[in-house]
Design a protein around this ligand. Structure first.
Ligand code: FE
Length: 206
């Protein structure tokens, strides 16, 4: 399947990336921006703002069985119900972790990623090492990320493409029956929705 034309199999950044870099360099050299401030903003979008959308989708799925059913049937439409849609998220598929199966998402050819629900991809997601190892030795990758699988749990790896992007629905942690949807969303990290993490337990975040 074809991957994104805006990040082909090239060692040079794409034209937009080069232009952004050039703009950043000019702004920094003229003293108009601080490169550390730019890094901090990127970090915010990678780790905080972007993945909050996905966390809301997961929390809704945990609390609303009808929404969950729609999400598993047609994730793009269900996610759009919450107002999240757009570029790189036109054909979403939700994959649910269960005691039997843990799901892990990769893009082996480039870095396809569901921007509308997860923001911009973290650096490691685009790395050669992750892209190769996620398929070849997913259990070792999960170990590196500190993910402990359940006894007998199998690992299913999903290869993203320009056509299909995956959102992992992590298992709802034990002891969270009383939590509000907002509080549940706070338990859902970006990595939990890629499969390189699990949802946090309620205790760990309080
Ligand atoms: Fe890709």
């Amino acid at each position: 399947m074809p991957h994104d034309s805006d990040h082909p199999y090239s060692h040079l950044p794409s034209d937009p990336a080069l232009r952004v870099k050039a703009l950043e360099s000019v702004l920094v050299s003229k003293g108009l921006i601080d490169p550390e401030a730019v890094d901090a903003l990127i970090d915010l979008y990678e780790n905080e703002i972007g993945p909050r959308n996905g966390a809301r989708v997961v929390a809704r799925a945990w609390t609303d069985p009808a929404f969950k059913a729609r999400l598993m049937e047609d994730a793009t439409s269900a996610i759009a119900e919450l107002g999240f849609q757009g570029r790189q998220s036109e054909h979403m598929v939700a994959v649910e972790n269960t005691p039997e199966t843990h799901n892990l998402v990769v893009c082996t050819l480039c870095s396809c990623y569901p921007w509308a629900v997860l923001g911009i991809p973290p650096g490691w997601y685009k790395s050669d090492a992750y892209r190769a190892r996620a398929v070849r030795e997913p259990r070792a990758v999960l170990e590196d990320f500190g993910v402990s699988l359940l006894p007998g749990q199998s690992v299913r790896v999903w290869d993203s493409t320009a056509e299909v992007r995956y959102l992992v629905i992590p298992m709802r942690p034990e002891g969270t029956e009383q939590l509000s949807e907002d509080a549940l969303a706070d338990l859902v990290s970006r990595n939990a929705m890629i499969g390189t993490g699990l949802a946090a337990t309620a205790e760990r975040t309080t």
